[in-house]
Structure formats: structure tokens, C-alpha cells
Design a protein around this ligand. Structure first.
Ligand SMILES: *[C@@H]1O[C@H](CO)[C@@H](O)[C@H](O)[C@H]1NC(C)=O
Length: 295
């Protein structure tokens, strides 16, 4: 995503502008209040609003978790969330930030944070579902304690790629490999969901570590509810401004050199699991893994 302003100067400058915004948004909080883009999905009484709705906290206790979702439905764009995960003993809990279409053969782009015992590291699991098929898990440890401060987690989704970022560091890319026979999310609008729930049957050390309810309530904090996407009705098959938005432009169609170097740093130092290299599960490497440089 190096910026080369040769053709279509106007759009390109726009791209540059947004590139600056993205870069900035990852470091500084931009106060986008909760209510501008989101509504509670379930257990609304487990959501607490702070600073006039610029910050919210989700509460998990033994009666319920909770979640919220975007008001709009989107085909492509840039979606980010600043989160501070459940501190202390978070074993058994899962905090998720994901995009999903609402139909049966659904598309989905997932960040899932798997809690742990005090002092032991969270796992960040990512996944991509296309046409109802997932099974593309990748797991990493983070290079910081995600419970201490807010960090930004974001997804860039366009016709060319889906890129996952932690702060400004790309941690995963899933490119359009339609020509290799892999379905790519392009015609099913998605909503953005956030939730905190109990998953102690699988989340921590494969389900061995159970949620300690004496430590409840478990609290995760959110702010900067940024969404910049092509809004579409749930049934829409395309975005009305397809090709004309900043995320469609040349500099966002692939990662640039420094971003690939950051990505390989994450892969080398922090990867715990990658479906692309799991031969017991996939004797033939899934086609997109080659294109995504995962093998
Ligand atoms: C929890 O900590 C243990 C021990 O350090 C580690 O093996 C595991 O990957 C961590 N994360 C989860 C979610 O189990």
C-alpha cells in the first residue's frame, strides 16, 4: 500500500488522506461515540456507557455475556475498534470483534481473544469464512499485554484482500483467490459484531481451564467505534460506489514492502497455529495459502 499518486490525482490524494487517518486512528483515539454506529444485540443491561457513550464496558457474569452490533450493513470498507480486554483471571472468556453476513452460506471475518489465567498470555485467533466455510484458523500471541491499555484492532476489506491489523501492524492477509477456486466475500453485506461470553468448554488450553466465577464480573472496555464502509441493504449484491472509494484504490490493493516485513515478523515470532501449515488437517495446502505467503 505504498502511495503512488500518478493517475486520478483527486482520488489518490483522498487515499493519502485516509491512509493518514488509518495510521492516525491506530495510534490516537478518535472519539466516535457508540451510538453513532452501534446498538446492543443482547443482554443490553450488561453494557455500561461511560464518557457520554464514547466508551462502553461489556460485563460477563454467570447469568449472561453480552454483545453489540453495527446499525448498518456494509460491503467493503475499514472497520476498527479500540479494546482493552478482561484483565486478571480471564480464563474461559472469549472477547470477539467480527464481521458477518446474515444468510446461511455466510461470510465472516473474525478476531477472537481467548482469555487466560492471570499473567498468562491471551491468544488472538483469526478466521475467515466464505460461503459458510471457515476452518481457516490462525492463532498468535500479542507482543503486548492487551489488558493494560487500549489497542486498535481493524479490518480492511476490499475486492482484492482482507487485511487484519493490530495497531498499525498487519497480522494476517487473505487475498482474493477466486481464480484459484476459493470463494471470496464480495456480494454479501456484513454487520460488525462485538461480544463477550463464556466459552470455557474450548477457549483456554483447549477447555482445560474453566471460568472462575468467583472473579466475576469480567469486564472488557471499548472505544473509538469507527466504521467507514459502503453501506448496503442486507440483500444488496454490490456496493453502489464500488471502485470509487479510498479502499478500492491502488495503494490499498496489496500490502507494501514494510507491511509485508511486519507481517513476516509477526508470523515468525508470534504464531502459535496456522491452518496453512497443519498437514494433519490439510494434506493438500489450501490454495489461498500460497497467495497469502502463509507457506
Ligand atoms: C494460556 O497460558 C498457557 C500457559 O502459558 C498457554 O499454553 C496457552 O496458550 C495460553 N492461552 C490460552 C488461550 O490457552
Amino acid at each position: 500500500m505504498g502511495v503512488h499518486c500518478t493517475r486520478m490525482l483527486y482520488i489518490c490524494l483522498f487515499g493519502l488522506f485516509f491512509k493518514t487517518i488509518i495510521g492516525g486512528a491506530l495510534r490516537k483515539p478518535i472519539d466516535v461515540p457508540f451510538h453513532r454506529n452501534y446498538v446492543p444485540t443482547w443482554a443490553a443491561e450488561h453494557i455500561k456507557y461511560l464518557n457520554s457513550g464514547n466508551e462502553v464496558q461489556l460485563y460477563l457474569d454467570k447469568y449472561s455475556g453480552t454483545g453489540f452490533q453495527s446499525k448498518g450493513t456494509y460491503l467493503f470498507g475499514h472497520f476498527s475498534m479500540q479494546m482493552k480486554l478482561v484483565p486478571g483471571d480471564s480464563a474461559g472468556t472469549v472477547t470477539a470483534f467480527y464481521l458477518s453476513s446474515t444468510n446461511s452460506e455466510h461470510d465472516e471475518i473474525d478476531f477472537e481473544f481467548l482469555g487466560n489465567r492471570t499473567g498468562q498470555p491471551y491468544i488472538l485467533q483469526t478466521n475467515v469464512f466464505t460461503g459458510g466455510k471457515g476452518d481457516r484458523e490462525q492463532r498468535i500471541y500479542l507482543w503486548f499485554d492487551p489488558t493494560r491499555d487500549y489497542h486498535s484492532y481493524s479490518v480492511l476489506w476490499n475486492m482484492y484482500l482482507i487485511a487484519f491489523f493490530v495497531d498499525d501492524v498487519p497480522i494476517r492477509v487473505f487475498k482474493n483467490s477466486k481464480d484459484l477456486g476459493v470463494r471470496y466475500p464480495f456480494n454479501q453485506p456484513m454487520k460488525i459484531y462485538n461480544s463477550l461470553w463464556n466459552a470455557d468448554d474450548w477457549a483456554t488450553r483447549g477447555g482445560l481451564e474453566k471460568t472462575d466465577w468467583s472473579k466475576a464480573p469480567f469486564v472488557a472496555s471499548y472505544r473509538s467505534f469507527h466504521i467507514d464502509g459502503c453501506e448496503a441493504s442486507v440483500e444488496a449484491k454490490y456496493c453502489a460506489t464500488q471502485g470509487m472509494r479510498w479502499w478500492d484504490q491502488k495503494e490499498f490493493q496489496d500490502l507494501d514492502g514494510p507491511q509485508y516485513r511486519s507481517l513476516s515478523w509477526v508470523r515468525q515470532k508470534y504464531t502459535i497455529y496456522n491452518y496453512c501449515t497443519d498437514r494433519s488437517r490439510y494434506s493438500v495446502v489450501p490454495p489461498e495459502c500460497h497467495r497469502d505467503h502463509d507457506v
